[in-house]
Write a protein that binds this ligand. Structure first.
Ligand SMILES: [Zn+2]
Length: 211
Protein backbone atom coordinates (compact mmCIF):
# COMPACT_ATOMS: atom_id res chain seq x y z
CA UNK A 1 0.00 0.00 0.00
CA UNK A 2 1.00 3.62 -0.44
CA UNK A 3 0.10 6.47 1.93
CA UNK A 4 0.81 9.91 0.53
CA UNK A 5 -0.33 13.45 -0.15
CA UNK A 6 -2.76 13.63 -3.09
CA UNK A 7 -0.50 15.91 -5.09
CA UNK A 8 2.39 13.50 -4.72
CA UNK A 9 0.18 10.58 -5.78
CA UNK A 10 -0.90 12.41 -8.92
CA UNK A 11 2.73 13.03 -9.89
CA UNK A 12 3.75 9.47 -9.07
CA UNK A 13 0.86 8.19 -11.18
CA UNK A 14 1.96 10.29 -14.14
CA UNK A 15 5.36 8.63 -13.92
CA UNK A 16 3.85 5.17 -13.38
CA UNK A 17 1.58 5.67 -16.39
CA UNK A 18 4.68 5.97 -18.56
CA UNK A 19 6.97 3.46 -16.86
CA UNK A 20 4.39 1.00 -15.59
CA UNK A 21 2.95 0.68 -12.08
CA UNK A 22 3.78 -2.06 -9.63
CA UNK A 23 1.34 -4.14 -7.60
CA UNK A 24 -0.34 -2.08 -4.88
CA UNK A 25 -3.12 -3.38 -2.65
CA UNK A 26 -4.66 0.05 -1.99
CA UNK A 27 -3.70 3.67 -1.43
CA UNK A 28 -4.50 6.18 1.31
CA UNK A 29 -4.34 9.90 0.59
CA UNK A 30 -4.84 12.81 2.97
CA UNK A 31 -3.69 16.26 3.93
CA UNK A 32 -5.21 18.14 1.02
CA UNK A 33 -8.12 17.97 -1.40
CA UNK A 34 -8.19 15.41 -4.19
CA UNK A 35 -10.62 16.00 -7.06
CA UNK A 36 -12.71 13.02 -8.07
CA UNK A 37 -11.24 13.19 -11.56
CA UNK A 38 -7.73 12.97 -10.16
CA UNK A 39 -8.80 10.07 -7.97
CA UNK A 40 -10.13 8.20 -11.02
CA UNK A 41 -6.89 8.88 -12.87
CA UNK A 42 -4.77 7.47 -10.02
CA UNK A 43 -7.04 4.43 -9.65
CA UNK A 44 -6.96 3.73 -13.38
CA UNK A 45 -3.16 3.77 -13.43
CA UNK A 46 -2.70 1.51 -10.41
CA UNK A 47 -5.89 -0.54 -10.80
CA UNK A 48 -6.66 -0.16 -7.12
CA UNK A 49 -8.70 2.07 -4.83
CA UNK A 50 -7.60 5.40 -3.39
CA UNK A 51 -9.10 5.90 0.07
CA UNK A 52 -9.17 9.42 1.43
CA UNK A 53 -8.45 10.20 5.05
CA UNK A 54 -9.24 13.32 7.04
CA UNK A 55 -7.35 14.53 10.06
CA UNK A 56 -6.09 17.57 11.92
CA UNK A 57 -2.98 18.13 13.95
CA UNK A 58 -5.14 19.40 16.83
CA UNK A 59 -7.02 16.08 16.82
CA UNK A 60 -3.67 14.28 17.12
CA UNK A 61 -4.12 12.53 13.83
CA UNK A 62 -6.84 10.92 11.85
CA UNK A 63 -10.45 12.01 12.35
CA UNK A 64 -11.92 9.72 9.74
CA UNK A 65 -11.17 7.55 6.73
CA UNK A 66 -13.10 6.13 3.81
CA UNK A 67 -13.91 2.46 3.51
CA UNK A 68 -13.67 0.72 0.10
CA UNK A 69 -17.15 2.07 -0.80
CA UNK A 70 -15.75 5.62 -0.72
CA UNK A 71 -18.97 7.15 0.60
CA UNK A 72 -17.70 9.53 3.24
CA UNK A 73 -15.19 9.44 6.06
CA UNK A 74 -16.01 6.93 8.77
CA UNK A 75 -15.51 8.91 11.93
CA UNK A 76 -13.17 7.71 14.65
CA UNK A 77 -16.12 7.83 17.04
CA UNK A 78 -14.31 5.98 19.81
CA UNK A 79 -12.25 9.13 20.32
CA UNK A 80 -14.34 11.97 18.88
CA UNK A 81 -17.88 13.34 19.00
CA UNK A 82 -18.70 15.33 15.88
CA UNK A 83 -21.27 18.06 15.26
CA UNK A 84 -21.96 20.32 12.30
CA UNK A 85 -22.98 23.82 13.38
CA UNK A 86 -24.95 26.45 11.48
CA UNK A 87 -25.77 24.12 8.59
CA UNK A 88 -27.00 25.46 5.27
CA UNK A 89 -30.12 23.98 3.61
CA UNK A 90 -27.99 21.08 2.33
CA UNK A 91 -26.72 20.30 5.82
CA UNK A 92 -23.21 21.69 5.26
CA UNK A 93 -21.67 23.68 8.07
CA UNK A 94 -18.52 23.90 10.17
CA UNK A 95 -17.37 20.66 11.78
CA UNK A 96 -17.05 20.95 15.56
CA UNK A 97 -15.64 18.05 17.54
CA UNK A 98 -15.08 17.00 21.12
CA UNK A 99 -12.40 14.56 22.22
CA UNK A 100 -13.81 11.73 24.34
CA UNK A 101 -10.81 9.98 25.83
CA UNK A 102 -7.99 12.49 25.88
CA UNK A 103 -6.81 13.52 29.34
CA UNK A 104 -4.07 15.86 28.19
CA UNK A 105 -5.36 18.91 26.30
CA UNK A 106 -8.94 17.76 25.78
CA UNK A 107 -10.88 19.66 23.15
CA UNK A 108 -14.50 20.61 23.82
CA UNK A 109 -16.59 21.57 20.79
CA UNK A 110 -13.42 22.52 18.95
CA UNK A 111 -14.07 24.46 15.75
CA UNK A 112 -12.25 22.61 13.00
CA UNK A 113 -12.69 25.36 10.42
CA UNK A 114 -13.67 22.70 7.87
CA UNK A 115 -17.05 22.63 6.12
CA UNK A 116 -18.77 19.28 5.75
CA UNK A 117 -22.03 17.54 6.60
CA UNK A 118 -22.93 14.40 8.52
CA UNK A 119 -24.15 11.59 6.26
CA UNK A 120 -27.17 9.72 7.48
CA UNK A 121 -27.97 6.08 6.86
CA UNK A 122 -25.82 3.00 6.98
CA UNK A 123 -22.82 2.65 4.74
CA UNK A 124 -22.91 -0.32 2.30
CA UNK A 125 -19.91 -1.73 4.18
CA UNK A 126 -22.20 -2.36 7.16
CA UNK A 127 -20.47 -0.02 9.61
CA UNK A 128 -22.83 2.13 11.66
CA UNK A 129 -20.19 4.72 12.53
CA UNK A 130 -20.90 8.39 11.85
CA UNK A 131 -19.76 9.43 8.38
CA UNK A 132 -18.65 12.86 7.24
CA UNK A 133 -19.06 14.01 3.65
CA UNK A 134 -16.02 15.03 1.64
CA UNK A 135 -14.97 18.50 2.77
CA UNK A 136 -16.32 21.45 0.82
CA UNK A 137 -13.60 23.79 2.01
CA UNK A 138 -12.66 25.98 4.92
CA UNK A 139 -15.22 28.02 6.83
CA UNK A 140 -12.97 31.05 6.55
CA UNK A 141 -12.89 30.62 2.78
CA UNK A 142 -16.56 31.55 2.53
CA UNK A 143 -17.00 34.04 -0.26
CA UNK A 144 -19.26 36.75 1.10
CA UNK A 145 -21.83 38.54 -1.03
CA UNK A 146 -22.08 35.71 -3.52
CA UNK A 147 -24.20 33.35 -1.49
CA UNK A 148 -21.62 31.57 0.64
CA UNK A 149 -19.67 29.90 -2.13
CA UNK A 150 -16.71 27.75 -1.07
CA UNK A 151 -13.59 27.27 -3.11
CA UNK A 152 -15.08 24.25 -4.82
CA UNK A 153 -18.03 26.39 -5.87
CA UNK A 154 -15.84 28.79 -7.84
CA UNK A 155 -16.30 27.41 -11.31
CA UNK A 156 -13.14 27.59 -13.35
CA UNK A 157 -14.27 24.86 -15.69
CA UNK A 158 -11.44 22.74 -14.34
CA UNK A 159 -13.17 20.32 -11.99
CA UNK A 160 -12.95 17.54 -14.55
CA UNK A 161 -9.27 18.18 -15.25
CA UNK A 162 -6.90 15.53 -13.91
CA UNK A 163 -4.14 18.13 -13.57
CA UNK A 164 -6.11 20.17 -11.05
CA UNK A 165 -4.77 19.21 -7.62
CA UNK A 166 -6.26 21.75 -5.24
CA UNK A 167 -8.17 24.99 -5.23
CA UNK A 168 -8.60 27.56 -2.47
CA UNK A 169 -10.46 30.86 -2.52
CA UNK A 170 -9.94 33.81 -0.21
CA UNK A 171 -11.93 37.05 -0.03
CA UNK A 172 -9.80 40.17 -0.16
CA UNK A 173 -11.73 43.35 0.66
CA UNK A 174 -10.71 46.04 -1.74
CA UNK A 175 -13.28 48.78 -1.66
CA UNK A 176 -16.74 49.32 -0.16
CA UNK A 177 -19.30 46.93 -1.61
CA UNK A 178 -16.71 45.23 -3.77
CA UNK A 179 -14.58 42.30 -2.61
CA UNK A 180 -11.93 40.63 -4.68
CA UNK A 181 -11.36 36.88 -4.66
CA UNK A 182 -7.85 35.53 -4.52
CA UNK A 183 -7.62 32.04 -5.98
CA UNK A 184 -4.78 29.69 -5.11
CA UNK A 185 -4.59 26.90 -7.67
CA UNK A 186 -2.45 23.80 -7.37
CA UNK A 187 -2.18 22.39 -10.85
CA UNK A 188 0.06 20.90 -13.49
CA UNK A 189 1.68 22.96 -16.21
CA UNK A 190 -1.02 22.09 -18.73
CA UNK A 191 -3.74 23.63 -16.52
CA UNK A 192 -1.65 26.73 -16.01
CA UNK A 193 -1.36 27.13 -19.77
CA UNK A 194 -5.08 26.47 -20.20
CA UNK A 195 -5.94 29.06 -17.53
CA UNK A 196 -3.69 31.54 -19.24
CA UNK A 197 -5.37 30.94 -22.59
CA UNK A 198 -8.91 30.73 -21.24
CA UNK A 199 -8.52 33.16 -18.35
CA UNK A 200 -10.85 35.80 -19.70
CA UNK A 201 -13.64 33.32 -20.34
CA UNK A 202 -13.33 31.62 -16.95
CA UNK A 203 -12.42 34.46 -14.68
CA UNK A 204 -13.98 37.48 -16.35
CA UNK A 205 -12.54 40.96 -16.37
CA UNK A 206 -11.20 42.28 -13.08
CA UNK A 207 -13.73 44.44 -11.31
CA UNK A 208 -16.83 44.33 -9.20
CA UNK A 209 -18.97 41.42 -10.31
CA UNK A 210 -21.79 39.36 -8.90
CA UNK A 211 -23.11 35.97 -9.97
ZN1 LIG B 1 -18.27 2.15 4.82
Amino acid sequence: MIVADPGWLVRLSEIAEKRGPWLVKFMVAGGENLTEHSRKFIESVWQTKVLLSYGQTEAFGMIGIECPYQQGYHLNDMDLWAEVVDPDPDGYGELVYTTLRRTVMPLVRYRSGDVTRILTGACPCGSRSVRLAKLRGRADELVVDVGQAQAQSVDLGLEDDADLIDLAAEVQPRQPLCDGIHLAIGAGERVVQRLHLDGVRHLGEPGCRAW
